[in-house]
Design a protein around this ligand. Structure first.
Ligand SMILES: [Zn+2]
Length: 77
């Protein structure tokens, strides 16, 4: 279980639940996932993604890689 901070360990800013965009270049193609739930520091913008969300992103990435998709763009909301 990943530790999710309630306060930013970098700048001590406040961390709130928000949405971010995940993108990854696989060489064979690019994966873009919008509306990814994440904890975001309001002060410095550092982001933390929960384990269950990270696992979901990995599935999307694996699918794009195995199907050699040039562009995979999905929304998690
Ligand atoms: Zn911060």
């Amino acid at each position: 279980m990943q530790h999710i901070p309630s306060q930013c360990p970098i700048c001590s800013g406040e961390v709130t639940m928000g949405k971010t965009t995940f993108s990854l270049d696989l060489q064979t193609g690019v994966v873009i996932v919008r509306n990814v739930p994440a904890l975001i520091c309001e002060q410095c913008g550092e982001e933390w993604i929960e384990d269950s969300t990270a696992a979901h992103l990995e599935k999307i990435t694996d699918k794009a890689r195995s199907e050699k998709l040039q562009l995979e763009m999905v929304s998690m909301s």
